[in-house]
Design a protein around this ligand. Sequence first.
Ligand code: C5P
Length: 230
Amino acid sequence: MAAQLIVALDLPRKEDALVLARELQGAVPWCKVGMELFTLAGPDIIRELHDLGFHVFLDMKFYDIPHTVAQAVKAAAAAGAELLTLHCQGGERMCSEARIAADSYGSKAPRLFGVTALTSFGPGEMPGISADPSDFALELAGKARGWGLDGVVCSGHEAARIKASCQGLRCLCPGIRPAGADTDDQQRIMTPARAVQAGADFLVVGRPILKAPSPAGAARAIQAEMQAAV
Ligand code: C5P
């Protein structure tokens, strides 16, 4: 499967998110609803994005006791999320119960992706973890696969190693920055082309698109770079 672009609708007003979604309609396959938009707009935004023809990635990064996460996964599945995130650091019981909860939705089961090390972390910044973020991400990916998750969220720098050592596990990569773009708060960044070449299955991009003079043009340029890199 060719890598797919997910546009993060990280905007402070639901109306602005829908205006952008309409501009991207038909051009981009996926939108991401994250903490900001979900908190503003509630689960209806998932249905509204489906109605515009998008697949919806719900990025709430669940991290809680197993029962609470399992119930949240069911709520997300019922709302129509097709792919969602939970923290690998929630551990085996949390992830396994999330898997069972997702699978109870049968053909509508959302894909579960485990967050490894946030792409905003550089070496030595993760509280209580002395390992390099990339090594830590690889270690968590191995566990995530054993716990039945479909994929992991990692930087492009880890994608090739994860794909090589965890067969079948998908990689969803944030921290994507076209050459010369602002890095913002991200540290483990990579260009769209290099992330695709490293084996990323999904690229999630927010500010390089949201802050561009023409967000739809920026999204198209990123997709063109992705296609040319294959
Ligand atoms: O604006 P930018 O392209 O940096 O946005 C990246 C998106 O990916 C944000 O919506 C952020 O929440 C998300 N993300 C991330 N790092 C992770 C997981 C998700 O940056 N590990």
